[in-house]
Design a protein around this ligand. Structure first.
Ligand code: NAD
Length: 438
């Protein structure tokens, strides 16, 4: 199963066929993040020392993970954990298992987590980690042994008050349960708060699976309101139908938004009159894809992105909106459900075309917000009903949207840069008050 960034898995199975590869900007994720960071830092007039402090991760760990494979041989995997910043609190961020992960990618994703946590005002810093491996070619026992050995290598790093992992690509509730158990065995007490994204039986929070999509819906509705578009008269297109895409689509549908375009890795669909989302969801769960959903017209991924609509939610992967297609988009708002779906090169094109972009570090922060709720509940040993989780999420996302909007207005910049300014300013101010220990 593929999960993402402080995430919880999709209920829709993953599938088989791939569309021809689109032309991408193929930006280095770290450089792409730094480009936006630099812009915001310049506008803020960030002093050089603070700039250097915030630019560099506080810790980068590479660790060897030897495992006895099922065939009896030893294989050694490479594991990473990057802690970008821990000024606001313990660092927080997902663990991904994939054959092509790099330290550079971990650095970018860890920094994103720092800014994301600052924007939604949760007391966490940012981290990211992973293991270079192909879990689809490993047995469950091998994945478990690898996870447990990685955790034991990271005993000095992880901790409820230090660094709190979560699921990401190819890791899930089970992975978190193994990390929690290994950590607890070593520390001789049950410590559920060392990870989030756990099964609810083990201290996971209600509403966590839907949290990112719910956050996307909340900020999308705020943005529609800002543009004086009644959600009940609005149209939306969603790219990706996994955890984030399917939940966003369904919740927007519940708000009365007409969903006219949907896609997953197998292809894209158009329905001028609007999809019946519960029906599409049922179809996707049964068939593993939305591809052959009736009552719709098949279109290409590029056509999907270029549909005329009020709201476009890219909720699949990075670099989907880039310098090759940004000029062709006909939406009014983009709510970035995915991490990094818009390349830095596309930013100015979208801005010139008057498209309001709700940046990933705000739009998909609902997931980490409910991860924070999970951590709070674990530490209290007292669990909240779903209504309370959703109510608190809504309040925090609304506040974050408003703060980012105000910051963008104050500095006369797009929301993305407004969000970076808000986050960098907050971390920089906290750093100044704490001072530099020497
Ligand atoms: P997922 O694996 O559940 O779903 C991904 C979906 O995208 C699938 O439907 C897949 O078929 C589709 N897809 C993949 N390539 C595609 C393509 N080229 N065109 C169209 N569709 C394509 O993943 P997810 O958890 O929903 O995450 C999606 C994005 O959201 C990722 O960028 C992730 O980092 C980000 N994100 C997720 C969470 C979370 O809580 N799940 C939180 C923050 C950010």
């Amino acid at each position: 199963m593929t999960n993402s960034s402080d995430s919880h898995g999709s209920i829709i199975p993953t599938n088989l066929y791939k569309e021809p590869a689109p032309i991408l900007d193929k930006e280095n994720p770290f450089e792409s993040m730094m480009e936006r960071f630099d812009l915001a830092a310049n506008i803020l007039g960030l002093e050089k020392g603070i700039y250097n402090y915030l630019k560099n991760p506080v810790k980068q760990i590479i660790t060897s993970i030897p495992i006895i494979m099922d065939h009896g041989d030893i294989e050694v995997f490479e594991g990473y954990r990057v802690i970008h910043n821990d000024i606001l609190g313990p660092s927080k961020g997902g663990i991904r298992y994939a054959p092509d992960i790099t330290l550079d990618e971990m650095k970018a994703l860890a920094a994103w987590m720092t800014w994301k946590c600052a924007i939604v005002s949760i007391p966490f810093g940012g981290a990211k980690g992973g293991i270079k491996c192909d879990p689809s070619k490993m047995s469950i026992g091998e994945v478990e042994r690898m996870t447990r050995r990685f955790t034991s290598n990271m005993l000095d790093v992880f901790g409820p008050d230090k660094d709190i992992p979560a699921p990401d690509m190819n890791t899930n509730e089970q992975t978190m349960a193994w990390i929690m158990d290994t950590y607890s065995m070593h520390t001789k007490k049950t410590q559920t708060a060392v990870v989030t994204g756990k099964p609810s039986i083990l201290g996971g929070s209600l509403g966590r699976r839907e949290a990112t999509g719910r956050g996307v819906m909340i900020v999308s509705v705020s943005a529609l309101n800002k543009l004086h578009i009644n959600p009940k008269n609005a149209t939306a297109v969603i790219q990706g139908f996994g955890n984030v895409g399917s939940v966003s689509a369904n919740l927007l549908y519940e708000q009365g938004v007409k969903i006219i375009g949907l896609s997953d890795i197998n292809g894209a669909l158009y329905n001028k009159k609007g999809f019946n989302l519960p029906d599409v969801l049922e179809f996707a769960i049964k068939n593993g894809s939305i591809l052959n959903y009736p009552k719709s017209e098949k279109i290409s991924n590029e056509e999907l992105l270029q549909l005329e609509c009020d709201l476009l939610v890219p909720a699949a992967k990075e670099d989907q909106i880039n310098s090759h297609n940004a000029d062709k988009l006909k939406c009014k708002i983009i709510a970035e459900g995915a991490n990094g779906p818009t390349s830095a090169n596309a930013d100015s094109i979208l801005q010139n075309n008057g498209i309001l972009v709700i940046p990933d570090i705000l739009a998909n922060a609902g997931g980490v917000t409910v991860s924070y709720f999970e951590w709070v509940q674990d530490r209290m040993g007292y669990f909240w009903p779903l209504s309370l989780v959703n109510e608190r999420l809504e309040r925090m996302m609304d506040e974050a949207f408003l703060n980012v909007y105000k910051s963008a207005e104050k500095y006369n910049v797009p929301l993305r840069i407004g969000a970076y300014i808000l986050a960098i300013d907050k971390v920089a101010k906290t750093l100044k008050i704490r001072g530099i220990y020497a």
